[in-house]
Design a protein around this ligand. Sequence first.
Ligand code: PMP
Length: 311
Amino acid sequence: MAGVAFLNGQYVPLEDAKVGIMTHALHYGTGAFEGIRGNWNEADGKMYMFKLREHYERMLRGCKMLWMDPGYTIDELIQITIEVVERSGFQQDIYIRPMAFKSEEKVANLNLRSLADGFMCLAVPFGNYIDSDGAISCQVASYRRIDDTMIPPRFKLSGLYLNSILAKTDAIAMGFDEAILLNMDGHVCEGTGENIFFVDGDTIATPSLESNVLPGITRDTVIALAREELGMKIEERSVDRSELYTAEEVFLTGTAAHIQGVGSVDYRNVGDGGIGPVTRKLQDLYFPIVRGQNPKYMHQLTVAEPKGAAS
Ligand code: PMP
């Protein structure tokens, strides 16, 4: 595949960007990563990356948790990302994956502080995350969201994602589009890669940060848009499972998933089973913002100018 990756301080063709089989992160999931979208704007021929600084701030918090130092400042990480996107050349929507990881080729060593760190960044073409433009079907997972006292879910730590992967795999095997995890208290936590919101009248509720959710960048954005643009009330609180079945609207948010309407949970329709009016309004506000089509929010975007992928 065409594309350029940044690995060990160098830009290399994606197909040549390899790590050895003894790499610590491969064995133990010792990485802190980000999921960033590059949104292609056909009209002006530019790639827009939304809240890039916030993504790298979160990655660096995850690095701190894992005693890692990727060796670059946030400004340098932003520059590396622009360079990867421009050198990769894709003129379509892309997914950007930076990751700081324990790169030392050493097995049977569980002491983070004795292991060397690496950093990589790559970009690949990317369309819809969940293969549906309509409202999706969800299942409450039998797996519980991992607790802060186990592996802190407030960072994007590679190994943590086994929790999401087990839940998502079961949901898909059983014919659902996505899983919703409860936390150890039995309260609603989040989707496998998305935060969750509930609409009732003029109020939108979402699990509070101490519910063990990932502090989502899209979550923050949607909270601000709902308050400032729609004049709605926001409640960040503990949310009961039963609210999944009775809310007027439920939607999921994430960089990959954008704003995704939920049509049913455990076979019960949410509202009339379609995308609700508040979800639709938020989608209509959000998409132009992340694609560089709303001048008011331009300051939250980083721009790259890919010139076309080498074939
Ligand atoms: N929760 C989890 C578990 C995730 O992996 C993601 C995706 N990063 C989100 C929520 C949404 O976060 P964001 O809006 O920052 O992409």
